[in-house]
Design a protein around this ligand. Structure first.
Ligand SMILES: Cc1ncc(C[n+]2csc(CCOP(=O)(O)OP(=O)(O)O)c2C)c(N)n1
Ligand SMILES: [Mg+2]
Length: 601
């Protein structure tokens, strides 16, 4: 029987990686340098890991992490690229809701990390990023290298897409900056923060001990409650509605929150729409869920339901204004629940269009849902029409993404999996989400290459929970972020990658097709400058080269079950497995129609 009210998974501590990368004891037990004070502050935050790529600008901190903290709490996760380091922290936050650390070298490391920081920002995920600069005091710079790796106002590189940044001038100020960065990152709306540590400050001997502080008192947890009068107004609107509809957007991974949303929808008889741009927010095969969640295009049934609604409750829906625009005429009263406006700024337009709103509840979705349920009181669940949820029925003898998805669904039947990432070609109807950890959402910022790193971070957070981490990546996305795999292998983090390998940056073939149509030019040239073939890339080989288990290429439908079975057995044995599935290029019909329509927008 399908259960729409899952139980919470057993709570886990951060996975124990204690047997990896053990330094010899250094016998240091009191802070002696500026960077030791920074390390103490990091430990006080309870950040379990710090993903990094090394560099001389923070060699002081690096030494403190290894020889003062003994490479534990936090433990370093070595990454082959800064983009992977940030993405791993991003993926960890997607599961836990908490910030991990990431450290990047001076201006150049930060430059490498920027896209992943942007992804985390757009995804409203907390990451505490430590950066560094060559000595701010020019007299202390080593010739050449310290000069090229010192920039004035380095934080300016990321200020448009971080919540806060600082360049503290003393160990005491650095300690405070780390605590503040962690507090701000983890407070909703969540997001990345950046602390730039002066190499000179890190390496300076402490003249005298830095006085101790009660770190817990400096980072009080914060929640927002909705205004009671507005909650009553919203509840009355919903109660009187004939066709209420919930847009379930950026919600937490809490099982209680998930169950409360189901209760509210059932109490109201409300239709519910979800989206693949964000993590699972409602059971997608519940009778009240309309259609299948989409990444680029809304399901036609969802569009009709939105048009037909008389009251819409947006639970921090990512883009209400854009959604209404896509639906055409929307006459519903709108209740918006969000605190997102608190971090909108003048640089990034990721805040989307300004939506029409009748009642605004300035709190997180979970608080609003609890308050609305209380305001509505006990009442019989309102009857509502039951939506059907048919699985895609792949046809033909060519291996498509739907064939791949069906085989994955069969191969994972009966076990808990978390889809840590999905390819653009994924059909949201393929696998139902019945738990808040069943799907973790997209990269956030549309920055291709985030999938592998995000999946490694998520897999690390899931390690030991009994849930198998499964990443479905496009070949383009996978190849851009492929070196994140090594970190998963090195830190013994089981993870299954299934690559929807259409040997193309196919998304952009559709864009070229659209331009060709608008200009009456040959559509058949759309592949030029997009196809990743001649030679085909040995994806299984790229996995194997990093110590993962590579499978494929699989290019026959009949070979899919065995390849997936073997790969899952490898994951069960603690490995990272990568299955290269050669799929026919193509997106869902709805996405293709939206992307190739001949309107010039
Ligand atoms: C960093 C970055 N570069 C380029 C793009 C433009 N872009 C969007 S989707 C896409 C193709 C991704 O290819 P793949 O992951 O193989 O997915 P497919 O479209 O082939 O299913 C590209 C190049 C982007 N969004 N981000
Ligand atoms: Mg592709």
């Amino acid at each position: 029987m399908t259960t729409f009210r899952p139980q919470a998974p057993r709570a886990t501590d951060p996975a124990d990686l204690g047997d990896v990368d053990r330094p010899v004891p250094a016998g240091v037990n009191a802070p002696g340098f500026g960077s030791d004070v920074v390390a103490d502050a990091l430990r006080a935050t309870d950040i379990p890991y710090i993903a990094l790529n090394p560099g001389a600008s923070y060699r002081g901190l690096h030494d403190s992490l290894v020889n003062y903290l003994g490479n534990s709490a936090p433990q370093m996760l070595l990454c082959l690229h800064e983009e992977a380091a940030i993405a791993i922290a991003h993926g960890y936050a997607k599961v836990t809701g908490r910030a991990m650390g990431a450290a990047v070298h001076s201006n150049v490391g930060l430059m490498h990390g920027t896209m992943a920081i942007f992804n985390a920002w757009c995804d409203r995920m907390p990451v505490v990023i430590l950066g560094a600069t060559g000595p701010v005091d020019a007299a202390r710079r080593r010739p050449w290298i310290d000069w090229i790796h010192t920039s004035a106002d380095q934080g300016a590189l990321v200020r448009g897409y971080t919540k806060w940044d600082d360049q503290p001038a003393s160990p005491a100020a650095a300690r405070e900056a780390v605590l503040r960065a962690n507090w701000i990152a983890n407070t909703a709306p969540k997001g990345p923060t950046y602390v730039n540590l002066d190499a000179g400050m890190q390496e300076e001997k402490l003249a005298e001990p830095v006085p101790s502080i009660d770190t817990a008192r400096l980072m009080p947890p914060m929640t927002f409650a909705a205004d009671a009068g507005l909650v009553a107004e919203a509840a009355a609107l919903l109660n009187d509605a004939k066709h209420p509809l919930i847009l379930a957007g950026r919600c937490s991974r809490s099982v209680e929150g998930w169950n409360a949303r189901v209760r509210l929808a059932e109490r109201l008889g409300a239709q519910v729409v979800t989206d693949l741009k964000v993590a699972a927010a409602f059971p997608t095969d519940h009778p009240l869920h309309v259609g299948a969640p989409g990444m680029v295009a809304l399901d036609i049934a969802a569009i009709e339901a939105i048009r037909n609604a008389d009251v819409i409750l947006s639970l921090d829906w990512l883009d209400p204004a854009g959604t209404f625009k896509n639906c055409g005429k929307v006459g519903a009263k709108v209740i918006q629940v969000s605190v997102d406006h608190q971090l909108h700024n003048g640089w990034s337009m990721d805040y989307q269009g300004l939506p029409p709103v009748d009642v605004f509840l300035a709190c997180e979705p979970e608080a609003a849902v609890t308050a609305l349920i209380a305001a509505l009181g006990d009442g019989k669940a309102k009857p509502a029409s039951a939506n059907r949820h048919d699985l895609p029925a792949p046809t033909g003898d060519k291996l498509t993404v739907d064939h791949m998805a069906a085989a994955l669904r069969d191969a994972t039947k009966g076990r808990d999996i978390s889809l840590t990432h999905l390819s653009l070609s994924w059909n949201g109807a393929s696998i139902a989400f019945r738990h808040p950890l069943d799907y973790l959402g997209s990269d956030g910022g549309g920055g291709v290459g985030g999938g592998p790193g995000i999946s490694v971070g998520a897999a690390l957070a899931l390690k030991g929970t009994g849930r198998m981490a499964v990443a479905v990546c496009g070949d383009g996305d996978f190849l851009m972020g492929v070196t994140a795999i090594w970190t998963a292998v090195h830190y013994k983090t089981p993870l299954l990658f299934v690559i929807a390998n259409n040997r193309s940056f196919f998304n952009d073939e559709l864009h070229q097709e659209r331009v060709a149509r608008m200009r009456h030019r040959p559509v058949e040239n759309r592949w030029v400058g997009q196809r990743i073939s001649e030679p085909d890339i040995d994806i299984a080989g790229m996995a194997a080269a990093q110590g993962a288990k590579g499978f494929g290429p699989v290019d026959r439908i009949a070979d899919l079950p065995a390849a997936l079975r073997e790969a899952i057995a490898a994951v069960d044995a603690g490995h990272v497995a990568v299955v290269d599935v050669r799929v026919e290029p193509g997106y869902t019909a709805a996405t293709t129609a939206v992307m190739t329509r001949a309107k010039s927008e």
